[in-house]
Design a protein around this ligand. Sequence first.
Ligand code: GLU
Length: 448
Amino acid sequence: MAPSPVHVRFAPSPTGYLHAGNARQAVVNFLFARGRGGRLTLRIDDTDRERSRPEFEAAIEQDLAWLGIGWDDKVRQSDRLVRYAEAAESLKKTGRLYPCFESEEELAAKRALRAKRKLPPVYDRAMLSLTPEQRAAAEANGKTPYWRFRLSDGAIGWDDLVSGPRDIRLATVSDPVVIRADGTPLYTFTSVVDDLDMGITHVIRGEDHITNTAAQIDMYRALAPRRALPDFAHLPLISELSGDKLSKRSGSVSLRTFRRDGIEPMALAAYLARLGSRRDPEPLTLGELAGTFNLDAFSRGAPRFDARQLLALNRRVLHAQPFEAVADRLPEGADEAFWLAIRDNIDLLSEARQWWETVRGRIDPPELPEARAMLEVARATLPDAPWDEGTWKEWTMAIAASTGIRGKALYMPLRLALTGETQGPELAGMLPLMGRDVVVGRLERAVK
Ligand code: GLU
């Protein structure tokens, strides 16, 4: 039988903005699907009514689009509640879901007791032995049950496409709560129903879901014993330079922050695509990355998010951008010649503004008394307009010929007088952009 076509999903919860950690999962799922001619579903995990917000759903879509990620279809879990209720009913019939009444406080007290006895914090299944009379009495007291999935005995094993062979003893896992007392289903369960219904072939997500995977495989088998399981790939979570995990709630690394800081979406996507893999980041588009994308390249250790590496990649991305790609984000009036003159000298596109000021605005050159004589010669030998890329060379050769000054002693005072900076784009490109009048004015100010 031919293998089924690849179908993956990216499943964010709309409870906050996308951050680097979950954006990386989006990138990886996208590249995996594209590289294999498969499909990507955007699944909005919004069954937590209290924390899910439509604004976040919209923001997630905008942020994915900014990053260059498209999806083939979108599913919202809150639109599928009837289906989850039906699946829950079937599990109730086979005794795999059982009602529970313990409060958070009671459960916490049990955990504390187990901790004292050095036992793992696994739920003791007390409610499994609830009699129909006890249940009726609890309900008569106004209590509504929530429901747990009864895990099988034994262990669940799978060959993880990133982290290798895994084997989890189910006795170390609590029977997961799958339906809350208010009737809303929890992600652990709804995800299985969706993955089955949609025929998801590969579940690619963060390593924080490893234990869920064991419980979920057990649920797959309970819901559809004859269906093949999807493959699983768990990516180690990103650590920051400090070693902290990127938290979903930590605004500091949201995609919006990168965007506000001027990081190019292509640089971020390319960085995330290779982060934690054996391949170095390269300034490639997602389309280019998809062709050679391979889950095998990911390492098992937690990757470090290195902002300097991202910035270096951003710089390389900018250097390769044609004028048309950035024109609408450049300062008003900036033209192609300006872009070509500065693009090798910026880490972030926002720095273009500073060089535009240097070209067209006012600068404050430092006083250069020791270079006064040379700058006066420079003023006197300034070629006539029109200027082009060759003007700089012609001019500096003339100054050198009449003063005998060469190298740094020549270029540095000129650069300082003309730009107010010790470093920057090639003056050969900048000079014609400034124009003769501006250059004359600056030289005169420098020798005043
Ligand atoms: N909504 C879950 C999360 O954001 C999805 C995990 C999964 O991919 O199954 O962690």
